[in-house]
Design a protein around this ligand. Structure first.
Ligand code: ZN
Length: 361
């Protein structure tokens, strides 16, 4: 209550009706305050050895302790403790640490890869339908548009959607003419997807389990809200790189660990969802891509789906302020990344409005 009153005194009531996900980007001066708050938090939070950290936490049956997968640093800086669901049987809680060397954010303890299936065994496909499905497909379209012309024309191009769920993206891909395949860990979702699709096909399991996919030669690989779920990202990305044809690209949509919303809301950030394991920023995703043999990367700022679709209720001046603050912070609450397999890919697709950054292993 006191918090709300302070907010009102500081910002006035003009911002009361702005959805909370947009508020931090439109209130005057808030970006600088949140950045300072973040700098203070990361300077002040204690850093400890992995052995000391392990003594603080209990380890669940499907869990393991990790060092930083991006740089190998074992020291831990505990920062957040997200919780969700109802207290009791259905509730969840985990711990998020920051790597004091490279800034990578990850859940620790994390989930053992061989027990990952436990998270997706039942009920995961149910909420991926209805209005949620329509919003998802709008998000895919807006992301492809942000990287235009890379996804405009799919004819004679092979596409793999990794973590294809109920096939919402594959449906758009086959409409654009792509020769599209998917893989997923939920058998229910795969069955639903194959009912939805006409030419595209999805399979249960890993890419190497399906001969047609293991053969590689993909022009495009897509990871829609999948990256944060991967317990062994370096191994997975080395495999993605080898599945790409010369000139191939990989698209990533994931939550942005440098988001102003994370800096403002901490443990209550929308990116800390039940099954997320690791949280990337534009810096740590570059490390991941460089170490997996990719040659370049481009980022498309995310202004929010309603702003980009033109359906936002914000005034024009607030919309302009939101866009500016997204660009000045770190690209919005979601991160949209296009990775280029090699120089051929950079040569083919650079020259658009988004700058391409070269990566070094
Ligand atoms: Zn690190």
């Amino acid at each position: 209550m006191a918090h709300r009153l302070l907010g009102k005194l500081a910002y006035g009531s003009r911002y009361d009706r702005v959805p909370w996900g947009q508020r931090v980007y439109v209130r005057p001066g808030e970006r600088r305050i949140r950045e300072a708050q973040w700098a203070w938090l990361t300077r002040r939070a204690p850093i400890m050895t992995l052995a000391d950290y392990e003594r603080l936490r209990s380890l669940g049956e499907i869990e393991e302790f990790l060092s930083c997968m991006m740089c190998g640093e074992s020291r831990q800086q505990p920062l957040f403790e997200p919780t969700g669901g109802a207290e009791g049987r259905k509730g969840w809680r985990y711990h998020v640490v920051r790597c004091p060397s490279c800034g990578f954010l990850y859940r620790n303890p994390n989930v053992r890869p061989e027990r990952l299936g436990d998270l997706y065994a039942t009920g995961y496909s149910n909420f991926l339908t209805g209005k949620y499905a329509a919003n998802r497909q709008r998000r895919y379209d807006l992301t492809m548009k942000a990287f235009s012309p890379v996804f405009d024309e799919g004819k004679e191009r092979r596409l793999l959607d990794f973590g294809s769920g109920v096939g919402l993206f594959l449906e758009l891909a086959e409409q654009r003419g792509f020769d599209a395949f998917g893989v997923d860990l939920s058998p229910e979702s795969v069955a639903q997807a194959n009912e939805r699709l006409s030419r595209a096909r999805t399979y249960y399991g890993a890419p190497e389990d399906v001969p047609e996919i293991a053969a590689g030669g993909f022009d495009v690989i897509t990871l829609w809200s999948v990256l944060a779920h991967l317990p062994r990202p370096l191994e997975d990305f080395a495999r993605f790189r080898s599945l790409l044809a010369p000139g191939g690209v990989l698209l990533i949509l994931t939550v942005n660990a440098h988001s102003l919303l994370l800096k403002a809301y901490g443990s209550k950030w929308s990116g800390f969802t039940k099954n997320h394991l690791m949280f990337y920023s534009s810096e740590t995703v570059r490390t991941l891509l460089g170490r997996s043999g990719f040659a370049g990367v481009a980022f498309a700022p995310h202004y929010g789906d309603t702003v980009e679709a033109g359906t936002t209720k914000l005034d024009a001046d607030l919309t302009a302020r939101l866009r500016r603050n997204v660009e000045l912070s770190d690209g919005g609450n979601m991160m949209r990344v296009l990775a280029f397999a090699d120089e051929e890919a950079i040569g083919r697709w650079s020259g658009g409005p988004l700058p391409v950054h070269r990566l070094h292993a």
